[in-house]
Design a protein around this ligand. Structure first.
Ligand code: ADP
Length: 325
């Protein structure tokens, strides 16, 4: 508005000066014409057809110009205020959403941190209040405390990873990565966990080279295999297979576990989303962060993820990653 009003003042002054000059010129021209038409009668009556150029006409022209400029500025004010309101709303919306998301994230994270901390505190307080405690009871309590500490550690690790990857200047260190080496590493790591539940892990992995961040890919397959073991009943089978499709590598992680209901499928990649434990009928501990982290890692590698599942039959996650050629 300041720019528009400044321009209007300049235009008003420039144009009024121009109008005045033209009026004066016109007046002179008519006076000359009048003198030429009746040279013999100087000072005689004026030609009645000659326009009488009055100061009032000049003032009216100036007023007209002023009104036009006021209307134009009024219109600019209304349009720019409307457009400004609309554009500011559009610009601020993603910022507002990001802030909301961050608030939700902090609230969820604090809630998740509180649960194992409360369990830990209660167990320690009860143990301290007990008059007598046998070494085996103490050992049991310490074991359960250790479980809580481990789950807190895994939660903080995941939270730290998420915060790190969300920094604007965060870059993964991409390099040549051999997919077989990565998956074999993860399978070896999780075999013990699988054995505890008598679950067999079948791995049929071909050698593919990817341009990827090694540590992130290890984390990625650890999430899927860990979930497959967690959500499969004792004696089940988990398989990992690779195949190639249109310059992409497909890694299929399949289990014959409890499955996921159709209505839960769209939400499993949301942060802190967990399907209620009563339904999963497992004692699986988790915070609902694994799959959202996995999705982040896949996005960072320009891949995609697909899931198909049937309750009590099993689940297959298909991870699609670009192959290095
Ligand atoms: P969590 O830490 O709870 O495992 P995730 O983000 O890894 O969190 O998974 C979200 C939810 O998706 C889990 O709570 C679980 O109910 C469901 N889920 C994930 N993987 C499987 C699977 N292989 N079989 C059945 N349910 C699964």
């Amino acid at each position: 508005m300041i720019i528009s009003i400044s321009f209007s003042v300049v235009i008003y002054q420039g144009v009024s000066r121009d109008i005045r000059r033209r009026f004066v010129q016109m007046e002179h021209r008519y006076m000359i014409e009048e003198m030429l038409q009746s040279p013999m009668r100087p000072g005689g009556p004026r030609n009645p057809n000659a326009p009488s150029i009055l100061a009032a006409d000049f003032r009216a022209a100036k007023r007209g110009l002023l009104l036009m400029l006021i209307y134009a500025n009024g219109a600019i004010l209304i349009v720019s205020a409307g457009a400004g309101y609309f554009l500011a709303g559009r610009t601020l919306k993603p910022i507002e959403e990001a802030m909301e998301e961050q608030k939700r994230f902090i609230a969820d994270a604090s809630h998740e941190l509180r649960t194992p901390l409360t369990a830990l505190r209660t167990s320690i307080e009860v143990a301290l209040r007990a008059k007598k405690i046998t070494p085996s009871e103490a050992k049991k309590i310490l074991e359960s405390n250790l479980d809580d500490v481990e789950s807190l550690q895994s939660l903080t690790d995941n939270l730290l990873y998420l915060t790190r990857t969300q920094k604007a200047n965060f870059h993964l260190s991409f390099g040549d990565v051999d997919i077989r080496e990565i998956i074999e590493k993860v399978v070896t790591k999780l075999n013990l966990l699988a054995k505890e539940k008598n679950i067999t892990i079948e791995a049929d992995i071909d050698n593919y080279s990817l341009e990827a961040d090694k540590e992130s890919l290890i984390k990625l397959f650890q999430i899927f295999l860990d979930n497959a073991i967690k959500y499969t009943n004792k004696g089940g089978t988990v398989s990992v297979k690779t195949e190639e499709s249109k310059r992409f590598l497909l890694v299929k992680v399949r289990d014959n576990g409890i499955g996921i209901r159709k209505q839960d499928l769209p939400h499993i990649f949301d942060r802190f989303y967990r399907i209620d434990e009563a339904r999963t009928k497992t004692e699986a501990h988790g915070f609902g962060l694994g799959l959202s982290l996995a999705k982040d890692i896949i996005d960072q590698h320009k891949g995609s993820i697909n899931v198909s599942s049937e309750v009590d039959v099993g689940t297959t996650f298909t991870i699609r990653l670009p192959i290095k050629h």
